[in-house]
Design a protein around this ligand. Structure first.
Ligand code: GLN
Ligand code: ZN
Length: 711
């Protein structure tokens, strides 16, 4: 009988206990002992769920915020003395930069290794524990950190190898995650990895190394590492299985393969028959086969249990983290009864619209220069206009209003009345502070993706399907299961239209782009991915046309996840960018009079500025405050003709940016970007902030603008 293993089970808890506990600690409602014991309790629950379903699993998977930071502390690069100091590193004024974890919507804290000497294991709180502790591997840790030059990379890796060797020597078995093994690596990288693992494995500890999210291009060398087991992703690594089966068997017979057949990143059920056929093949090649998940399970909600509103048809094709564990058990028992092939719901109208798309449908009728002239004459904006990214603080009142409405405690009229009051307040505040382009604040939206999913056919939202996007921040992905169309009514126009009646300044319409909707939801796999994208794009295009009818002059189409979905390997870039860029351009192909804004955040965009430059927006706003404006340099290198707003204030921290901080960023940016192309705005939406900080920060931003203009 085949063995089973699982890792990366969501730490969030069945009812988001993780978030509640940590945030209570931040608010001083519980003390450190409570925090620690609650987190231990959650970890215990995770372990129980594992034990019920699979043969083994790692320990040490819990964190107070982020595993990359914990690894950096374990290795001695940071040395917080108290839990408060730990959270300072996560979200204080000098917090670590945050960026996306591979091509997922998890964000990690980026350790900066430039200034600190390693002093391993100084901090006993961050010692690893348990039977089979989970560790982020040294190569992945170093690859994803910053501050180590190319020249020093090898030296650092060797030093880390010795520290890891010492750390793991206390254990019989360790689980090491090395997802960076699937990146585009060169010969030197592979040699360094080999040296590194020669050092680490020079002891009696059993080392199992896990790769995932893509395939490993250097399998020949991977299997020669002196490790005991290797984990491969057979779901998102499209070539792994084919490559491994055609390999020279002699090198494999003493290895354990952790065969990642159960998708940790999508919700569709596993074809047990398929898995078992290949497991059989693999068992003739490897010393031992252990079936496991492909990619950590924390990309999935905890359980399907309680999601009773899905159609029966859809439900029986789904599986969340707990059900994935059960699937592993089904694989073990060769129970094929729960799987059948999924085919999503059709909509002939959409299918026909897609079939009739022509090249012209992706190209606007006026070029950017002509559009600028036209829009300037319509909008009459001052130099260096100020704006925000869309959402305002989601206060308790805002959330309670929505909740009461969903639960039927208040009727639609009352609900709308209260929403309109929030909008009116937001408009007043922005007018008072002197913002130039206003937003309505998004008080009707629980989440920038879910809001749209609930208003389109072909998508289903969950009731309790939360996953963590960073720290304690959670969201509920929806499931794109059929052909997508807009429900009969416009999805967002009413609120923006109302906001616009309250002011003479332009109010931006606010939409979430197709790529982001797909990145933050689970996407059906029964039709090609580009078709899903164009279906959503057409729905958005219809929405923008409705804005135009309502007299809205500016629309922002957010694509914060544009970078996230970029494949890990360069060779797949082309196919992704082709549909991603086209879907954006299809959605904004409306009247050239409407100024299109695009917002992106939370990623390293430097590498893809050329692709961003192919998106047909008029103004782009890009995060840059945490990464210190590195992006500005990237824009220097392309002939960027359009307008750009660089985030001058980090909204992910409660710290209020001073006028001087922002003036400094602005001065630097204005050396590169001409003044007439420049906008001033925060990094991202303000939904997670309080009103007090928001008002103060907005005021400082307006003051910073005045100083730059010499007013
Ligand atoms: N318009 C959204 C907001 O302001 C954008 C959020 C995002 O980019 N993540 O909340
Ligand atoms: Zn953003």
């Amino acid at each position: 009988m085949v063995k089973t293993y699982a890792y990366g089970f969501p730490r969030i808890g069945k009812n988001r206990e993780y978030k509640k506990v940590i945030e209570s600690f931040w608010k001083n409602k519980i003390d450190e002992n409570d925090l620690v014991s609650e987190l231990q309790h959650l970890e215990g629950e995770m372990e129980n769920t594992y034990s019920k379903n699979v043969d083994s699993h790692p320990s040490n998977e819990m964190t107070m915020y982020d595993k990359m930071l914990d690894t950096a502390i374990m290795l001695g690069f940071y040395d917080p003395q108290t839990t408060e100091e730990y959270y300072e590193l996560c979200r204080g004024k000098n917090a670590l930069e945050m960026t996306k974890w591979f091509n997922t919507n998890y964000h990690y804290l980026v350790p900066d290794l430039s200034t600190i000497e390693t002093n391993p294991y100084k901090n006993p709180k961050f010692k690893i524990t348990g039977e089979n502790p989970h560790l982020i591997g040294p190569f992945t840790f170093l690859k994803l950190s910053k501050g180590v030059s190319k020249e020093l990379f090898g030296l650092y890796l060797t030093n880390l190898a010795y520290i890891y060797k010492e750390i793991i020597s206390e254990f019989d078995t360790v689980h090491i995650d090395e997802p960076a093994f699937v990146m585009d690596l060169d010969y030197l990288d592979i040699t360094l990895i080999k040296n590194c693992y020669d050092i680490i494995c020079d002891n009696d500890t059993k080392v199992n190394v896990f790769t995932y999210y893509e395939d490993v291009d250097w399998l020949d060398n991977l299997v020669k590492l002196p490790v005991d087991g290797i984990g491969l992703d057979f779901v998102n690594g499209r070539n792994n299985l084919k490559n491994i089966i055609s390999m020279d068997r002699d090198s494999l017979s003493d290895k354990t393969i952790f065969a990642g057949f159960v998708d940790g990143t999508n919700v569709w059920r596993t074809d047990v028959k398929y898995v078992n056929t290949y497991t059989y093949h693999l068992s003739n090649i490897f010393g031992e086969v252990v079936v496991t998940n492909a990619g950590p399970l924390y990309h999935l909600p905890v359980t399907l249990k309680g999601e009773s509103h899905f159609s029966h048809f859809l439900f029986k094709h789904l599986s969340f983290a707990t059900e994935k564990l059960q699937e592993l058990n089904d694989i073990k028992n060769d129970d094929t009864s729960k799987y059948s092939k999924y085919v999503g719901e059709w909509n002939n109208l959409v299918v026909e619209r897609l079939d009739n798309l022509k090249d012209d449908d992706f190209v606007k009728s006026l070029n950017v220069t002509e559009r600028r002239k036209l829009q300037d004459s319509i909008l009459n904006l001052p130099e260096l206009p100020t704006t925000t990214i869309g959402s305002f603080p989601q206060t308790k009142e805002v959330r309670v209003n929505r909740l009461h409405h969903t639960k039927g405690k208040i009727d639609s009229n009352t609900y709308t009345k209260v929403v309109n009051e929030f909008i009116a307040d937001a408009i007043d505040i922005q007018e008072d502070i002197g913002m130039d382009v206003l937003v309505h604040g998004e008080p009707e939206r629980s989440d920038m993706v879910e809001h749209f999913c609930q208003r389109m056919h072909g998508m289903a939202s969950t009731t309790n399907g939360w996953i963590i996007s960073y720290g304690t921040r959670c969201y509920r992905p929806s499931i794109i299961h059929g052909d997508v169309t807009r429900s009969e009514k416009p999805m967002t126009v009413k609120e923006i239209e109302y906001a616009q009646t309250l002011t003479d300044k332009p109010v931006k319409g606010m939409l979430t782009g197709a790529v982001t909707i797909m990145a933050w939801d689970y996407v059906r796999k029964d039709i090609p991915v580009e078709k899903v994208a164009y279906q959503i794009a057409l729905a958005l295009q219809d929405e923008i046309r409705d804005y135009e009818k309502a007299g809205i002059k500016m629309v922002q189409v957010d694509e914060p996840a544009f970078r996230e979905l970029v494949p890990i390997k360069k060779r797949y870039y082309g196919e992704y960018f082709d549909w991603a860029i086209k879907s954006y351009n299809l959605s904004v192909n409306t009247s050239p009079r409407t100024q299109i804004h695009c917002h992106m955040c939370y990623s390293e965009f430097n590498e893809i500025v050329n692709e961003i430059n192919q998106l047909d927006f008029d103004v782009v706003s890009i995060e840059c405050s945490r990464s210190g404006g590195e992006i500005i340099e990237a824009f220097e290198n392309i002939d960027f003709k359009r307008q750009i707003g660089l985030g001058v204030w980090d909204i992910h921290s409660p710290a209020i940016p001073s006028k001087d901080d922002m003036v400094a960023i602005l001065k630097r940016a204005l050396k590169v970007i001409p003044r007439k192309q420049f906008w001033i705005n925060p990094d991202c939406g303000l939904k997670t902030r309080g009103w007090d900080e928001t008002k103060k920060s907005m005021k400082n931003m307006v003051e910073a603008r005045k100083e730059i203009l010499g007013e």
